[in-house]
Design a protein around this ligand. Structure first.
Ligand SMILES: NC(=O)c1ccc[n+]([C@@H]2O[C@H](COP(=O)([O-])OP(=O)(O)OC[C@H]3O[C@@H](n4cnc5c(N)ncnc54)[C@H](O)[C@@H]3O)[C@@H](O)[C@H]2O)c1
Length: 187
């Protein structure tokens, strides 16, 4: 499948490298130009044994690409994964501003039907919020594109993340859409 991963931190980069290793074509988008420039040079900014070799291999084979442009990332994507941070606020609640910004940006730039997958760790109800924000942008643009929102939280452990991703002891996928469930089987 053709995938777009938004956020190349721990979860995004490991997911992208593993999906590319499985044969998918993956475009990674990050707002940090330094991170994108380093990844294009084959330098991985997080500690994860084996990840740098996987990234270099898939990048050289053209199955993995890095950009700061979400529009470019979404050009051919069938599925987009939201993998940005959700830091805790002082009161213990979850700061969803990065996830919400990505949802708005997806609505602003998507140009075809899309399955939107939330991999960030988020509270119950976030999928509805993501759907609302994407739809609001589409309405503002006068576009009527179909999209589904899916929850697929990540449980990987830093330092053993590739093994956790490739051989998970559980995969949680939540969606009300049969089309989105079909996309999961194709990956
Ligand atoms: N790190 C872990 O081991 C782990 C494990 C399971 C789940 N999670 C969850 O996964 C999510 C991501 O965690 P992480 O540790 O990978 O985050 P991270 O902070 O390491 O990386 C997030 C990346 O997203 C980028 N970003 C922020 N806003 C963006 C935007 N609008 N567009 C594009 N890129 C943007 C940042 O530049 C950064 O590179 C969080 O919800 C976290 O709780 C993390």
């Amino acid at each position: 499948m053709k995938l777009c991963i938004v956020g190349t931190g721990y979860v995004g980069l490991v997911s992208a490298a593993c999906f590319a290793e499985m044969g998918n074509r993956v475009v990674c988008v990050d707002v940090n130009p330094d991170v994108v420039a380093k990844l294009r040079e084959g330098y991985v900014h997080i500690y994860e044994p084996g990840l740098e070799d996987m990234v270099k291999r898939s990048y050289a084979d053209g199955r993995l690409y890095f950009t700061t442009s979400l529009a470019e990332g979404l050009e051919e994507a069938e599925c987009v994964f939201i993998c940005v941070g959700t830091p805790s606020r002082e009161d213990g609640s979850c700061d969803l501003s990065y996830v919400e910004q990505v949802a708005r940006d997806i609505g602003s730039h998507m140009s075809r039907e899309l399955v939107v997958v939330d991999k960030s760790t988020v509270p119950v109800g976030t999928a509805d919020r993501v759907r609302e924000l994407i739809q609001a942008e589409l309405t503002r643009r006068g576009e009527t594109l179909d999209f589904d929102v899916v929850s697929n939280p990540e449980f990987l452990k830093e330092g053993d993340a590739i093994a956790d991703f490739m051989k998970p002891d559980r995969v949680v996928v939540g969606s009300s859409s049969p089309r989105a469930a079909g996309a999961r089987r194709e990956l």
